[in-house]
Design a protein around this ligand. Structure first.
Ligand SMILES: Cc1cc2nc3c(=O)[nH]c(=O)nc-3n(C[C@H](O)[C@H](O)[C@H](O)COP(=O)(O)OP(=O)(O)OC[C@H]3O[C@@H](n4cnc5c(N)ncnc54)[C@H](O)[C@@H]3O)c2cc1C
Length: 406
């Protein structure tokens, strides 16, 4: 009998799963239900698109013909609204029903709503998650004199740097924490980010919060707890994600912010799997449940989920990595960091003059994570060491020197 697979979401997790299923089984039926109106695109390239460094065509990763060629039945602009785990059926907002033998939920997340009291006063408020968000941000920020970016997340950073890079609007970046990525970087790492940001023309306000938003002569005014006043035309923000768990709510599938799975990406209901940003999966890297928000993790999840949906019995294990720009420099994060696992031991080195910072994290004598600002030399080797999960012999500081990592 032909097996029937249904995949919710055509981000990198859902897409990888669907393509891997097709590779494993040329005869199966694969339905992809996708809320957005685009075939797969590269979410990680959105900051480059915002900066004007890549064109939209380069952001797109698949065409409609690619889906046809692979026999993937794609339903764009369609929301899965309900999963019936007893009859094994998915229902959509267009009144369709799709039966499944195995189902993947790879629905990712959406920006949390802006949490600041009085923000309803501001009409021009933008989160940064989709291609369509990016186009709207470009259009609005290019006609703004001043943009206020709120939040201390990676997304807030991408907004501050991307809009500043366009050189149309003055950017003020305001965050509650004492520095960017306060749970991962220490004070010196945070200071280096700020130094690089100020060189790129961004004005920083740290350890502060907006107390009041008001309209002021066709513009907006933010007044902060410490008494600062910022006039702006547009607000962009990043304070984390809420996850699209709605289709499985009330089914008995365990939800804890995202959808809980074991290390094989199986949810608590038979034949229902979750992958990518939405999955709270058992992570062998840290020995507990974990949720990642990175491209490579979502792609690798998609592959493992496909294997298991097709009958394998595979545990997911990978060293997570995240590399992005840092105001013209590079920021690379690898493995386990103190935001996921507090109390890690660490060694570090930095130089403000040479604009670099490197910090490595250890648990039970093993190298488990790291963060680097500046050229990420030796990154591959460090990831190899993390994957090997062997105790580190010799002084840990030696790993800070790229010359020792060839
Ligand atoms: C601006 C930006 C920059 C980033 N930069 C980096 C980076 O430099 N490095 C890195 O590693 N990661 C980065 N990330 C994170 C990375 O893009 C994500 O971790 C990854 O794309 C997650 O893939 P996913 O398939 O799990 O989910 P998504 O890509 O979010 O895809 C899920 C899809 O499912 C759809 N969906 C939701 N609900 C339903 C439903 N009910 N029915 C049907 N469809 C539904 C959603 O609309 C979405 O299209 C960045 C993210 C953003 C937004």
């Amino acid at each position: 009998m032909t097996r029937q697979y249904v995949v919710l979401g055509n981000g990198i997790a859902g897409q990888t799963c669907a393509e891997e299923l097709r590779r494993l089984d040329p005869d199966c039926s694969i339905v992809i239900i996708a809320a957005e109106r685009h075939p797969l695109y590269n979410r990680v390239a959105l900051p480059r698109f915002l900066r004007g460094q890549v064109r939209e065509e380069k952001v797109m990763m698949r065409t409609l013909q690619d889906y046809q060629r692979q026999g993937l039945d794609l339903y764009l602009s369609t929301w899965a609204t309900e999963v019936d785990v007893r009859d094994k059926v998915v229902r959509t907002n267009r009144g369709q029903e799709f039966r499944y033998d195995a189902l993947l939920v790879a629905t990712g997340g959406r920006p949390k709503p802006p949490p600041w009291a009085g923000v309803e006063e501001v009409e021009k408020v933008f989160g940064f998650q989709t291609l369509d968000d990016t186009k709207a941000i470009i259009e609005e920020s290019d006609r703004s004199r001043s943009v206020l970016v709120l939040g201390g997340s990676f997304i807030a950073y991408e907004l501050a740097e991307g809009i500043a890079y366009r050189k149309r609007a003055q950017v003020t970046w305001l965050m509650r924490g004492p520095w960017f990525l306060r749970y991962v970087l220490d004070q010196e790492g945070g200071r280096l980010c700020q130094l690089l940001g100020e060189e790129a023309g961004v004005r920083f306000i740290c350890q502060d919060e907006v107390r009041r938003f008001t309209r002021s002569n066709g513009r907006y005014l933010a007044e902060t707890g410490s008494g600062q006043r910022v006039e702006f035309d547009m607000l962009a923000y990043g304070v984390g994600l809420d996850y699209y768990v709605e289709p499985v709510q009330g089914t008995g599938i365990e939800i804890r912010r995202g959808i809980v799975t074991d290390a094989k990406l199986r949810t608590s209901m038979p034949d229902v799997y979750a992958a990518g940003d939405v999955a709270v999966f058992f992570d062998h890297m840290v020995g507990k449940h974990n949720q990642m928000g990175t491209w490579d993790n979502a792609e690798a999840h998609g592959r493992t989920a496909a294997h298991n949906m097709a009958g394998a019995d595979e545990d997911f294990f990978d060293v997570p990595t995240y590399t992005t720009t840092m105001f013209g420099s590079t920021l690379a994060v690898m493995g386990v960091t103190p935001d996921v696992q507090p109390g890690l031991e660490s060694v570090r080195t930095y130089s403000f003059e040479e604009r670099f910072f490197r910090k490595l994290f250890f648990m039970d004598g093993r190298l488990v994570g790291g963060i680097m600002i500046g050229p990420p030399k030796g990154r591959k080797k460090l990831i190899e060491i993390m994957r090997a999960r062997q105790p580190i012999e010799g002084p840990r500081e030696a790993l800070l020197d790229p010359a020792n990592l060839r």
